[in-house]
Design a protein around this ligand. Structure first.
Ligand SMILES: NC(=O)c1ccc[n+]([C@@H]2O[C@H](COP(=O)([O-])OP(=O)(O)OC[C@H]3O[C@@H](n4cnc5c(N)ncnc54)[C@H](O)[C@@H]3O)[C@@H](O)[C@H]2O)c1
Length: 321
């Protein structure tokens, strides 16, 4: 498989996760042409992929995923299409839920149909562990029914249901990946880790929803990208959870970041009104992908100092919403 992929198309490739995935595919599939589509919303930035944009193998298209006319011809003779583009911040989904349906459900559907039309050989769709909904105890396996609890996760679940229905109508199956929280450099300062770091850089307090006891699992963007590479090499279809064993309460993540900045958490953590609904915990079993040989190698606590250094140097590149 390795060098048989002549052309790879990636949506959302200038975003946080998308930029890591795009770089990893560029490095791993050394003969492949890579087409990157991104609308460049507040979360996307071409500078994240500046190291590969210079290559003749790479082409960037600035477009909304729904604007299929703008990019359909680039799907000709494509071996692999990966859909990563999304509105990704749960808090925003309470304010403008329809934007989430438009990009995450309708956009994913439109992209998938275009891929079918152009006979793209393999399609991978990036979803989220949030589609399962809250899991206070125990672990979710891939065959569990989805039960999303907010407009973001509902829009991701809707995309999966729409796309999966095509296995009956078009006999087309795809790879769906449900990841737990991903951490790393380049994440827009709106999620817990990136906001905590950027606020402390500006000597501002870290906002924590509710009592801060909600639990999240964290996987590095690099480990996630490696999971996608492995799946592309070994599978044509199927749903796969991709998660780590490292979890922590939100409040403890904030305290840990305060410690690295040598700031007093009592002064620099501010509790704010909770979300309309805030899942206490998610948990996915990654047994299925581990059977293929994938293992996460990185660890959030060890990586935090490196991530903080990156934000100290680069926080000014983030656009204001
Ligand atoms: N961040 C996480 O912890 C996490 C965890 C699990 C799954 N995911 C999923 O991973 C994917 C990427 O998440 P992220 O955190 O990198 O998001 P992000 O918000 O950082 O980046 C999203 C990217 O998509 C682009 N985009 C947004 N709307 C678009 C549109 N209409 N057309 C074309 N491009 C558009 C943005 O410009 C940006 O580059 C999403 O599908 C998300 O649901 C994220």
């Amino acid at each position: 498989m390795k060098n048989k992929l002549k052309k790879i198309f990636i949506t959302g490739g200038a975003g946080f996760i998308g930029s890591h995935v795009t770089e990893a595919f560029f490095k791993n599939f050394t003969k492949s042409k890579i087409i990157i589509l991104d609308k460049l919303t507040y979360a996307g930035n071409k500078s994240f992929i500046s190291s590969i944009l210079k290559s003749k193998r790479v082409r960037f298209i600035k477009s909304d995923i729904n604007d299929t006319k703008k990019y359909t011809n680039f799907l000709n003779n494509c071996d692999l299409a990966i859909n990563i583009a999304a509105e990704s911040h749960v808090d925003n989904s309470f304010i403008s839920p329809l934007n989430f349906t438009k990009t995450n459900s309708l956009g994913a559907h439109a992209f998938f149909l275009e891929c079918i039309k152009k006979k793209v050989k393999k399609i991978l769709h990036v979803s989220s562990d949030e589609v399962y909904g809250e899991k206070v105890t125990g672990t979710c396996f891939e065959n569990q029914l989805v039960n999303p609890t907010n407009p973001y996760s509902a829009s991701k679940a809707a995309a999966e249901i729409l796309i999966n229905s095509y296995k009956y109508t078009y006999k087309k199956e795809i790879i769906i990946v449900r990841a737990n929280n991903i951490y790393g450099i380049r994440q827009y300062p709106e999620k817990l880790i990136s906001t905590s770091i950027v606020n402390l850089i500006h000597n501002k307090p870290i906002p924590i929803h509710g009592n801060g006891k909600n639990i999240r699992y964290y996987l590095s963007a690099e480990d996630f990208a490696n999971a996608l590479i492995l799946l592309v090499k070994k599978r044509d279809k199927g749903t796969f959870n991709v998660g780590s064993n490292f979890f922590e309460q939100n409040i403890n993540i904030a305290k840990h970041i305060c410690k690295i900045f040598k700031k007093n958490p009592k002064k620099f953590i501010k509790f704010t009104k909770d979300r309309l609904y805030n899942d206490k915990r998610y948990s996915v079993s990654s047994k299925k992908i581990k059977k293929l040989g994938w293992r996460p190698k990185r660890n959030l606590i060890k990586d935090l100092p490196m991530i903080i250094e990156w934000y100290k140097r680069n926080h000014k590149i983030f656009k204001k919403i």
